[in-house]
Design a protein around this ligand. Structure first.
Ligand code: ADP
Ligand code: MG
Length: 244
């Protein structure tokens, strides 16, 4: 059993006077898939942004590969292998699919010359539609294709941890399935996946472990296969059941 590649302890963060996260503990191991679920406004995106160095820690610690990320700018974290597929994708409009993918190479984690995990060829094998559309402007792609491009761009940075914020949002069920079916191949090389997901059953199927967040706090965590629907519902909505 290897230790976590990314871990958070007692993380508090927020915006101005507003505290959005309250003492969040979290970890993910290499090659593990962990899902973070919770209602709209629970703090999931805020937590991912904090992990990625986009939002400062107010207290607590985040360690990536055994080192504190505090004060390290996001682009340098990307260079160390901590990548994010942000909410809303944020592709570079006005650039082709392939140029969007190539941009990530500039900031990629340096790996020995001839062994990058993710090359354009491997990415195009994973997402054949991106190869077909490689010369097209990203904004001309469908939502699902744009999401694939956003995931592809993040993979080109050779991540050891990939943070994904609601990659299924607004996509047709068939496209969601297509994307989720590819996650095993992404983790297979040892990349840890953190999936923020509003679709609980999708999260439970895809992830080894789940964290449920409610109003900025983790209300439930455990192995996906060990957690019941009732426990999730209680943690998700804050329903307190009588014990005994
Ligand atoms: N940029 C911001 N400025 C102020 N408050 C914010 C900002 N972003 C999010 N919030 C607030 O922080 C809380 C958590 O939001 P968020 O992390 O986006 O939740 P989730 O991703 O789980 O839907 C919400 O109450 C939201 O209104
Ligand atoms: Mg969000």
């Amino acid at each position: 059993m290897t230790g976590p590649i990314l871990s958070a302890r007692g993380v508090c963060a927020g915006y101005g006077d507003f505290q959005a996260l309250f003492s969040v503990d979290f970890n993910v191991a290499p090659g593990e898939v962990v899902a973070l679920i919770g209602a709209n406004g629970a703090g999931k995106s805020t937590f991912l942004k904090t992990l990625a160095g986009l939002l400062p820690l107010r207290s607590g610690t985040v360690e990536f590969d055994g080192r504190s990320i505090a004060g390290i700018p996001t682009y340098r974290l990307v260079g160390h292998g901590l990548a994010m597929v942000p909410e809303g994708r944020r592709l570079f409009d006005g650039m082709s699919v392939e140029d969007n993918l190539r941009v990530a190479l500039d900031r990629a984690r340096s790996v020995p010359e001839d062994t990058p995990e993710w090359t354009l060829d491997r990415l195009y094998a994973l997402f054949p539609i991106l190869k077909e559309k490689r010369g097209h402007l990203v904004q001309s792609l469908s939502g699902g294709q744009q999401q694939m491009a956003a995931i592809g761009r993040a993979l080109m940075s050779q991540p050891r941890v990939l943070l994904c914020d609601e990659i299924s949002l607004g996509l047709a069920p068939k496209v969601i399935r297509e994307i989720y079916d590819l996650l095993p191949e992404i983790r297979q090389s040892g990349t840890a996946l953190v999936l923020v997901e509003q679709d609980v059953s999708l999260a439970q199927k895809a992830a080894d472990r789940l964290y449920c967040m409610l109003e900025g706090q983790i209300t439930l965590t455990g192995r996906s296969s060990d957690i019941s629907r009732e426990e999730i519902a209680a943690a998700y909505f804050g329903v307190h059941r009588a014990v005994g």
